[in-house]
Every structure is written in C-alpha cells, then in structure tokens.
Design a protein around this ligand. Structure first.
Ligand code: MG
Ligand code: MG
Length: 259
C-alpha cells in the first residue's frame, strides 16, 4: 500500500524542489565549451549551501560528489572530473538537496555549444517523454501508465528506453517506494493516490537500451556508446493533473542559458 504525504510534508518538498530547480539553472549558466564538469560540481555545491541546504547526493551510498555530471554516452551517475566540455557534447546534470529533513531531486541535460540535429532531437524527445509521464501521474492511474506513456512516446522516435534505472518516490528519503519505471503496461502496477510524491526521470538513448556499469562502480554508459539524455522532475500525484514541485522554468526562461 503506497502512502500519500501530508500538506506540511509537500510544502517542505516544494522548498527543496524550488532550490533544486534554481540550482540547475545556476549550473546551466556555467555550462559552456572549455568548462570542466568539476567546476559544475563546485557551482552547485556553493549555491546549495549558500541557501542553507545540503547536497543530498554527497555521500549517498558513498557517492563522492555533490552532483552527477553525465556526458554523452554516460546515462547517469557520472563523476564530475577534469573533463573539459567541448562543442557538441551533452551533459546531464542531476542533483538534489536536503532541507529541513526533506529531499529534492531533479535533472536536466544541457547541450554544450552547438549539437547535431540528431542530438537535438534526443534532448527534445527525452524532455517531452518526461512530460508525457507527468501527464499520466494522476490519481486513479497506475504506475504502469507512467512508464507506458514515457516508453511509447520515446520508442515512437526509434530511441532506446533504459530499463536498468527508474524514478522513485521522494520524501524524508531521496529514494522511497514506489519505483517508477520508464517502461510498462498501461493499467498495470500499483495504483497512484492523491498526495503521493514521485520523481519521474526518463533515461533515453539515441541507440539501443543496453547499458553497462563503469569500473568506478557508478557511471552507467550506453553499451553502444550512443548519446543518452536524462530529465527529471518531482511531482505530487493529484486528481486530474499532477502538480510539479520542481520546474525547468528557471533554466528555460533565462536567455543566457544554452538549451
Ligand atoms: Mg531521482
Ligand atoms: Mg536525480
């Protein structure tokens, strides 16, 4: 039996969702050819702590950085490093916060400079698939409806839907029940109830859906080394229409950010 959050809990999750959204925009202002992914980590770390919160990724299961920076064929969980971003790259920035005991968690994939038309389409379709998933996250539907919405949309463009990782509930823990897969059958799985808080995060590839874990035990790469994109938002399940607790507006309404 899945549980809904109280309105007080939702308000604390909203504060985290807002901070995560603003932090992603702050990082986005720094994404450019010539910048290291380690620098993006510093920008996020500073911004989160300046707002009185803590980066919840740092130390999570031993993760050694404050954000994940996943470049090109890295799907998720890339380590920030001395890698210098170059024109045509894409970088998924995934980050979270903890504030007053509750969590935030969202991700955005930024193009670096000019990207190819195929990469552009991968970014656009992946983000649109997230909104398809959010559209299915309404009370009375089932978990499988979300995955089905994401999968059927992304696959209609010939893209791969990664199955090894999934979205999740969020609250006092960053990862709570239920798991929210990006594939599934409509009408199957646990029923969604009003007030549940979940993170939906499609991980979509330009090629096959196969992935492997890097030797560092964290970075997940596409097996065929085609590019992968990843977008994530936190929502509250409601009747009729899900309510977003995080947003890409701070990124997409800032003309200085390359999207
Ligand atoms: Mg997540
Ligand atoms: Mg995340």
């Amino acid at each position: 039996m899945l549980k809904s959050k109280t309105q007080e809990e939702i308000e604390l999750l909203r504060i985290n969702g807002e901070l995560v959204s603003k932090t992603l925009a702050e990082v986005g202002r720094s994404v450019a050819p010539g910048v290291t992914t380690k620098r993006l980590n510093e920008v996020a770390e500073t911004f989160i702590r300046d707002h009185g919160a803590v980066p919840n990724f740092l130390g999570y299961d031993g993760f050694p950085f404050s954000i994940c920076t996943s470049v090109n064929d890295v799907v998720v969980h890339g380590f920030p490093s001395d890698y210098v971003l170059k024109d045509g790259d894409i970088v998924s920035v995934d980050l979270g916060t903890i504030y007053k005991g509750y969590n935030g968690d969202s991700a955005y994939t930024f193009p670096v400079g000019e990207v190819s038309a195929e990469t552009r389409r991968l970014l656009d379709v992946t983000k649109a698939s997230l909104y398809k998933g959010i559209g299915a996250a309404v009370a009375g539907n089932r978990i499988g409806d979300i995955g089905h919405a994401v999968q059927s949309y992304a696959e209609s463009f010939g893209f791969g839907v990664v199955r090894d990782l999934e979205g999740h509930g969020i609250g006092r823990d960053m990862h709570e029940a239920p798991g929210v897969p990006n594939y599934g059958k409509a009408g199957h799985g646990s029923r969604l109830i009003e007030g549940m808080t979940i993170c939906i995060e499609p991980m979509i590839t330009a090629g096959g859906r196969g992935v492997y874990l890097a030797k560092n035990g964290w970075a997940v790469h596409t097996s065929d080394h085609r590019y992968a994109a990843h977008y994530e938002l936190t929502v509250v399940v409601r009747h009729g229409k899900a309510e977003q607790l995080s947003t890409f507006d701070y990124i997409e309404k800032d003309p200085s950010i390359n999207i």
